[in-house]
Design a protein around this ligand. Structure first.
Ligand SMILES: Cc1ncc(COP(=O)(O)O)c(C=O)c1O
Length: 453
């Protein structure tokens, strides 16, 4: 297994490169500052990402150890590859799975490929914040009976969770493995003041998007397992879905991070304490802070997120006026992602929060209607004939594609779901307000969409 990936890359860079990629490690004009030298391919001395036997196998072993996992698979396809490969390897083709209604679209993609019958577990749409809160345990209980896999999003985009340990226990009582999509929870467990890592809370499989909250290059991720062994199908699905041209600069950034993580807390303990002071500071200035409220109600909240209530677009405009860019702009909120590397100190927070306030009241966009009846599984909707119709004719029809308002980026209608008259009106209202709905093509009279014929 031998030396580190970085050493192997440095050695390989000293040779005349007569192989892909086409820049051969030589900085092209205008490319200064980019990691050309590290951009290698799977040549002698490096390794194969889909069948690691040398430096990448060593790196995967060190990554597993740094997270307290038994095995780690390295991803240069974000958390999307871990979610899809983990799901398809675990739940047999055509089986029943239980999945969070707030799941990322990679879960939907796996559900189509795996031809699953999906029991969607609904979260709670909060009228005031106009965003999704995690589903209560009771909503999972019935969905778990007879399922072959449960997939939960922990934490949510805004850093909220209920107890993953209770969900894992509920699954294990029924012999259902729990796959936690912790794309936003790579840093959990690194220090007191952060929630424990989801593996330590009983998850069987975990997907991380490393770049979301940790200093690692975009498009890096991990799949982790604990004591539970998903068997050879995981290797097979990983290989089927992986790129055969992995990026070594991305892998080298994973190695840098794994070394840092094994050495200490990366400043997270002090950061977690400081962020709770920032929550207090924001509240003193008149803001409602989602994470602080969630924690006060007994939930688990991530200090790396700060969600303020108010007219999201207006808050974002003020923030940009102060020279900062938010992570996401909600209808009634603004979410920032921070961490020890963000370089924010109390004085900068004070200036920023004072400049944002007083909170502009949110415009109300109406209660999100309850989901319509699920008529077809996502794969059945995919295989059916599709027809384009006007939104005004949509009530009673079954959606062929997801209809996803941005924000919050979670489908209001899933493929295979019946579109109710209330949902049609709500979508029309979104369009009139100039809000973007993915899957709804703009046009006269509210636009058009694809339905199952
Ligand atoms: C909950 C969740 N899971 C998975 C993903 C996919 O991660 P990536 O974009 O790194 O592939 C995302 C991305 O936003 C996400 O929010």
């Amino acid at each position: 297994v031998g030396d580190s990936l970085r050493e192997a890359l440095d050695r390989a860079s000293q040779r005349q490169r007569l192989h892909m990629p086409g820049h051969f490690g030589i900085v092209p004009p205008g490319g200064e500052g980019l990691p050309w030298a590290l951009d290698q391919t799977e040549v002698e001395g490096l390794d194969s990402l889909s069948d690691p036997r040398a430096v990448l196998r060593g790196l995967a072993g060190r990554a597993a150890a740094a997270f307290g996992a038994t095995h780690a698979w390295l991803s240069v396809q974000g958390a999307t590859l871990p979610v899809m490969a983990g799901t398809l390897a675990t739940a047999p083709h055509g089986s029943v799975i239980a999945a969070d209604r707030i799941a990322h679209r990679s879960v939907l993609a796996a559900a189509v490929v795996g031809r699953y019958q999906v029991r969607w577990v609904a979260g709670i749409w909060d009228e005031h914040w106009q965003l999704w809160l995690p589903a209560p345990l009771g909503a999972w209980e019935s969905a778990l009976n007879g399922a072959r896999l449960a997939i939960a999003t922990v934490p949510t985009y805004e850093g909220l969770a209920r107890s993953p340990a209770e969900l894992a226990a509920a699954g294990h009582r029924r012999a259902v493995p729990l796959f936690v999509d912790a794309a936003h929870g790579s840093h959990w467990g690194r220090a007191p003041g952060l929630p424990p890592h989801v593996l330590a809370q009983g998850a069987d499989l975990v997907a991380h998007g490393l770049h979301k909250t940790e200093p690692v290059l975009t498009q890096t991720g991990l799949l982790l397992t604990g004591a539970w062994n998903p068997g050879p199908r995981l290797e097979e699905w990983w290989r089927r879905l992986s790129t055969s041209s992995p990026s070594y600069p991305l892998l080298a950034s994973i190695e840098r991070y794994v070394t840092e993580r094994a050495a200490g807390d990366g400043g997270w303990q002090a950061f977690a304490a400081d962020m709770r002071d920032v929550w207090t500071m924001a509240r003193r200035l008149g803001f409602r802070v989602l994470q602080a409220e969630w924690e006060e109600h007994g939930g688990v909240a991530d200090p790396a997120k700060l969600t303020l209530m108010g007219d999201g677009p207006a808050l974002a405009a003020r923030l940009r006026g102060l020279g900062a860019e938010p992570e996401s702009v909600g209808l009634a909120s603004l979410t920032l992602i921070v961490g020890p590397s963000a370089g924010m100190d109390p004085q900068r927070w004070e200036r920023l929060l004072a400049g944002l306030g007083p909170p502009p009241p949110a415009r109300h966009h109406g209660a999100l209607p309850a989901p319509g009846a699920m008529r077809l599984a996502p794969f059945e909707a995919d295989l059916a004939g599709w027809r384009r119709i006007q939104l005004r004719e949509a009530a009673g029809h079954v959606a062929a594609r997801a209809l996803t308002p941005y924000p919050p980026g979670i489908p209001a209608v899933l493929p295979g779901e019946e579109i109710s008259a209330c949902m049609r009106d709500w979508l029309a209202h979104h369009g009139e307000a100039g809000l973007h709905v993915e899957g709804l093509d703009p046009g006269a009279e509210g636009g058009t969409l694809w339905i199952v014929d």
